[in-house]
Design a protein around this ligand. Structure first.
Ligand code: AMP
Length: 544
């Protein structure tokens, strides 16, 4: 047997370590009340201990769920550590879900308390009668911002609770396999399902995601997670940033291009993370106003494929390194990140860019493979598409409350994504399996077609869906939102694909729309598009 100390991997160990070794590191938040708030990690830890005492006073037992409806801010961070650290389970809820879905998951999770930001007062007032398990609702603000109309009888004030609670608290030595936090999938079809993370999975994910090949989070960084703390724990940044001693900047509810730009500049942000749509907003704002970034050097983009045109603008125009990342709620979320290897150093820029567009290498801890419909493993040749399966210590083995039963296939989790893996181990997502277009028995990758369309200067957004075809079963059609005041015709856009894809991949038509439907995590909802164009008939489809 080895002779090393046996210490459980606990979320409280991250904040305890950070307060002791990087206690002076700053946490800056834009409050939903409108002003800025700043304090240190040391103060954050002291308040997280008060949160733990509040839970004790409210009678919250080990393993019970505590819900949050909140933006990225210091009080949410205190709950991250106070709730999980005390042995209860932090259930972060996506406020962009439909109110009925929110009530469904509050009940499904059996949340005992619900903490929420001021912005969500009307939402919480509306769903409160539908949430009988919640003993008390806590408004994450001070007495001055409490509503005076008495419309919510069991409403408590966060700052009052913390002021009344003792600061003295010993973080308990829990079982590292105990549940620590809960996040529901966005549930595009059917009800959302819960991914229940453990202390161990969270700490291992935090270690792995901070590594240079992954997000490369270091003490010299100033990190602004745009990705919300209600979406898969903001990709683990609330943990990895604190254990690295970096400065943390939390943007609250103001996620438009101007608010973000101002905060990046005011706080000297060096590193950020978010979904492509956020970067489109920020980049467009900076371009329109001829602005440059003084300190921003690196960003991780994931949650949906990063359009190559966006990557090129960030790198070539702004000098910002782009790390393309892939993952999912069920994976805590990080699975792969993309970077160049030493042997790519001498490649021409176009060759390097082709590598960086992929979703990249598995980070240590994650294993992956692609399989055919019968489950046979497929070759890593960069060409063969297959269902992507993963395994690792921060990937779910079952959903919360065993929803959906045994989800693993021979110990591997089926991601629902379709991908290629090349001989160097770079994975590239070609589609969600339910979005794949099958034409004459061959798969067509819709993401590739969307990326080409979005490289056209007149295209703001593009989504590619399969529509029914009498001969080929399905053919790809592009649904496009033009940039304001830009002109492009169907024929011009189709010509733009010439020589860029195999002939049978060429979209059969282009449909222009005002906007594309997006879901609670900002992703385009192709199932709604398919529904919208269900009765659409391709021009000349009968002759083919
Ligand atoms: P969620 O659980 O809501 O984070 O969604 C996870 C899904 O988002 C994955 O299964 C992928 O389909 C998609 N996704 C995440 N990151 C990427 C990426 N970099 N490129 C393409 N799709 C992605």
């Amino acid at each position: 047997m080895g002779r090393m100390m046996d210490q459980p991997l606990l979320i409280s160990s991250i904040i305890r370590f950070a307060a002791r070794h990087y206690g002076g590191s700053e946490i800056v938040s834009r409050r939903v009340e409108g002003d800025m708030h700043r304090y240190t990690v040391r103060e954050c830890e002291a308040r997280a201990r008060r949160v733990a005492n509040v839970l004790r006073a409210q009678g919250i037992a080990l393993g019970e769920r505590v819900g949050t409806l909140a933006w990225n801010g210091y009080r949410h961070l205190e709950l991250y550590y106070g709730v999980s650290g005390a042995g209860a389970v932090l259930h972060t809820i996506n406020p962009r879900l439909h109110p009925e879905q929110i009530a469904y998951i509050v009940n499904h999770a059996d949340d005992q308390l619900l903490f929420f930001d001021l912005t969500f007062l009307p939402l919480v007032a509306a769903i409160a009668p539908l949430c009988p398990t919640v003993k008390a609702f806590v408004l994450m603000s001070d007495r001055a911002h409490m509503p005076s109309d008495g419309s919510m009888p069991n409403l408590l004030c966060y700052e009052d609770l913390l002021a009344a609670a003792a600061e003295d608290y010993e973080w308990p030595e829990l079982d590292e396999r105990a549940a620590a936090s809960l996040c529901y999938t966005s549930g595009t079809t059917g009800n959302p399902k819960g991914a229940l993370y453990s202390h161990r999975s969270t700490v291992l994910h935090a270690y792995a995601s901070a590594m240079p090949n992954a997000l490369n989070v270091a003490g010299r960084d100033v990190v602004l997670p745009v990705v919300p703390m209600f979406h898969v724990n903001a990709w683990g940044l609330p943990y990895s940033v604190l254990l690295s001693g970096a400065k943390l900047v939390l943007p609250g509810a103001a996620l438009d291009g101007k608010s973000l730009y101002d905060l990046f500049e005011a706080e000297g942000v060096t590193f950020s993370a978010g979904v492509p749509t956020v970067w489109l907003g920020l980049v467009n704002y900076a371009l329109q106003n001829r602005l440059t970034f003084s300190t921003f050097r690196r960003t991780v983009i994931g949650g949906a494929a990063c359009p190559p045109a966006l990557m090129d603008t960030l790198i070539d125009h702004f000098g910002i390194e782009v790390i393309h990342a892939w993952g999912m709620t069920e994976m805590s979320p990080l699975g792969t990140t993309c970077g160049l290897l030493a042997r790519h150093r001498d490649l021409p820029v176009a060759g390097q860019r082709a590598v960086l567009r992929k979703q990249g290498h598995a980070i240590f801890g994650v294993d992956m493979k692609i399989v055919d419909d019968a489950g046979n493993e497929l070759p890593w040749d960069g060409l063969t598409f297959g269902h992507l399966l993963v395994k690792g210590p921060w990937i779910i083995s079952r959903y919360f409350r065993d929803e959906g039963g045994d989800v693993l296939q021979d110990g591997w989790f089926p991601t629902g994504d379709v991908a290629t893996i090349d001989a160097d181990g770079y994975m590239q997502i070609t589609d969600r399996s339910k979005d794949v277009i099958k034409s004459g028995g061959e798969w067509i990758g819709s993401i590739d077609l969307e990326n080409i369309a979005m490289a056209h200067p007149a295209v703001l957004q593009a989504a590619c869906i399969g529509v029914r075809h009498p001969k080929w079963d399905e053919r790809p059609v592009l649904v496009v939102v033009r940039r304001p005041e830009a002109e492009v015709t169907r024929e011009e856009l189709l010509r733009f694909f010439d020589g860029k894809v195999a002939k049978f991949w060429m979209p059969d038509d282009v449909l222009f729309v005002e906007s594309l439907p997006t879901g609670a995590t900002g992703k385009i909802q192709k199932n709604r598009l398919r529904e919208q164009f269900r009765d659409y008939r391709l021009p000349g489809a009968c002759q083919k």
